[in-house]
Each structure stands twice: as structure tokens, then as C-alpha cells.
Design a protein around this ligand. Structure first.
Ligand code: G6P
Ligand code: MG
Length: 220
């Protein structure tokens, strides 16, 4: 069996991906830039400042704002996003996740979090899951967003396990690439993802027997 399972947060543990989308959409609208669901897909797993840079590039506005103005825009996006996090509660944990976390502990499989969100600690707290994660990688220490494997490698290091002994779970294309680059097995959540070692349509299909079978099939 795997020694650890490492989870992405937004879109895997809870649906904050949608709240990021709404916050960026309203900031972008002020700049006359349209952010639709397809653009939002490209922002998943991408840090706050990198997301802003992409939005400005899409709007042909990357030269229009000073560093200071960009920082202000990112701060305002975050304020909108943090305000929307008030609606989070343990009921916001996506289907299948809470039961899987408990079962992983029963099976003595370590549990890690690999999110580049600086808000991850407060989200985990609001979801009532602080006790369920053996180690959460610190996004503040990460230099490169996904698809760079840095955050997944940091999560493995914190858990004291080798990536080759772990499964990573992701809903973003950049995240699946990051898992693959780290040397972990990748489990993608969603219909459109490419290159995942296993793809499931939603978190509702996730459970321990399925992870075990996935692991054994890849190591036979
Ligand atoms: C996750 C989300 C991204 C978000 C990033 C930074 O990776 O998928 O959409 O931009 O975290 O989040 P933060 O809360 O630090 O702005
Ligand atoms: Mg995600």
C-alpha cells in the first residue's frame, strides 16, 4: 500500500475553486477583462500573483499596471476571497473526502496537503480537518507554483516519505503535471484532465479499496 496520500485543497477537499473564480471575475471585470470558466481552469493550482499575471496577459494589459498596482489588485482579490470563505463549514467538505481521511488513518497511511494557497490553514480549520492532516506544506515557503513539483516534494519531505511511495490527488491540469514530475502516482478528479495515472469524475468515487487497487495495479 502507499505510505502516504497527498491532497490538493481547492477542488479536491472543498470547492473553493469556484470562490477563487468569483473573486477574480469581479476584479477582472473592473479592468474590463472577462474571466470565464475556461480561463479559470488555467488558474487552478497557480499562485495568486501568477494568476493575476495570466489574467492581465489575457486582457492584453500586462504592461498597464505597476508592481504596486498589481499588489493592490491581488490584495483586493484576496479580501473578496477571504470574505467568501466565511460560508465554509464542515458541510463544505466534498463527497467521499471525510470518510477517506478517516480510513487512511485507520490504515496507518500518512495524509498530507499540497496547496499553494496561502489561505490553506484557515480553510482546513473552517472545514474542521486540522487533525486529519499529518503535514500541510507551507505555501509561503514555495517558490514555484504547480506544474512545478516543489509543493508536492515539500509535502513528502514533511511526512518523511519518498514520492515513489505516495499517491497525489488533484483536480487541476497543472497539479497533475506537478504530481507526475514529483514521481508520485497521480489521481485526477475531473473529466478533462490529461496524463493522470487514474482519472475519476468526482471525489464521490474516492475510497480506500479503490486507492489500494490502483496502487497494486501500478506495482504489479
Ligand atoms: C490554489 C488555487 C489557485 C489559487 C492559489 C493561491 O492553487 O487552485 O486558484 O490562486 O491556490 O491561493 P491564495 O489563497 O494564496 O490566493
Ligand atoms: Mg485544485
Amino acid at each position: 500500500k502507499p505510505q502516504a496520500v497527498i491532497f490538493d485543497l481547492d477542488g479536491v477537499v472543498t470547492d473553493t475553486a469556484h470562490l477563487h473564480f468569483l473573486a477574480w471575475q469581479s476584479i477582472a471585470a473592473e479592468l474590463d477583462i472577462t474571466v470565464d470558466e475556461q480561463i479559470n481552469e488555467q488558474l487552478k493550482g497557480i499562485s495568486r500573483m501568477d494568476s493575476l499575471a495570466r489574467i492581465l496577459r489575457i486582457g492584453g494589459a500586462e504592461q498597464r499596471y505597476s508592481e504596486q498596482e498589481k499588489n493592490r489588485l491581488a490584495e483586493r482579490k484576496n479580501a473578496l476571497y477571504v470574505a467568501s470563505l466565511q460560508q465554509l463549514s464542515p458541510a463544505s467538505v466534498l463527497p467521499g473526502i471525510a470518510a477517506l481521511l478517516e480510513e487512511l488513518h485507520r490504515q496507518d497511511v500518512r495524509v498530507g496537503l499540497a496547496s499553494v494557497s496561502l489561505n490553506a490553514p484557515r480553510i482546513i480549520k473552517a472545514l474542521g480537518l486540522v487533525e486529519q492532516f499529518d503535514f500541510c506544506a507551507d505555501a509561503g515557503q514555495i517558490k514555484h507554483s504547480k506544474p512545478d513539483p516543489e509543493i508536492f516534494i515539500a509535502a513528502c519531505a514533511g511526512l518523511g516519505v519518498s514520492p515513489a511511495n505516495c499517491i497525489g490527488i488533484e483536480d487541476a491540469q497543472a497539479g497533475v503535471e506537478a504530481i507526475n514530475a514529483s514521481g508520485m502516482l497521480s489521481l485526477g478528479i475531473g473529466e478533462q484532465l490529461k496524463h493522470a495515472d487514474l482519472l475519476l469524475p468526482t471525489t464521490a468515487q474516492l475510497n480506500w479499496p479503490l486507492l489500494q487497487t490502483f496502487w497494486l495495479n501500478q506495482h504489479s
